[in-house]
Design a protein. Structure first.
Length: 156
């Protein structure tokens, strides 16, 4: 079985769109559980809201502000996921079209991880900063692969 580089590139876009959709959904479920809409026994959650509450406590950030920040993260994640799905659907190759949608999707997503790294520094959350940095780098490498790998050729 042989896969083209184009198939690999579309697979990378599919991966990031799916992964970020799952991140969004687990964070949404976290918020719904926190707000009492879902039972506390609901397990498909990220735990990120509680983590944000604990992390921002170092600077005495009021809980309503933390909830507002978390809502902002949810909107940003949803936008990133939708833009990545759009890029996946539109991508036909670096010369055949859809590259601008890829650039837009990755710009929004990379900005999210950059914002997390800045927040990690502000709130001294060094234990998660490395994770955010790895995701940022992995997405940047993906973007470079999409742009720099040739369109022709087969893998395997």
């Amino acid at each position: 079985m042989r896969f083209s580089l184009h198939t690999l590139k579309r697979g990378l876009l599919f991966f990031w769109a799916l992964w970020l959709s799952i991140v969004f959904l687990t964070n949404l479920m976290d918020l719904l559980r926190y707000s009492g809409i879902l039972n506390q026994s609901w397990t498909f959650t990220s735990g990120n809201l509680d983590f944000m509450v604990q992390t921002t406590a170092i600077m005495l950030v009021p809980r309503p502000v933390v909830l507002l920040l978390f809502l902002g993260v949810l909107v940003w994640e949803a936008a990133s996921a939708l833009l990545l799905w759009r890029a996946f659907a539109a991508f036909r190759g670096i010369f055949a079209g859809g590259l601008n949608t890829v650039y837009t999707a990755f710009a929004v997503s990379l900005a999210l991880w950059a914002a997390f790294m800045i927040a990690d520094e502000l709130f001294l959350a060094y234990d998660v900063e490395a994770t955010h940095m790895r995701i940022f780098i992995a997405q940047l490498v993906t973007l470079l692969a999409l742009r720099l790998l040739p369109e022709e050729g087969a893998l395997g």
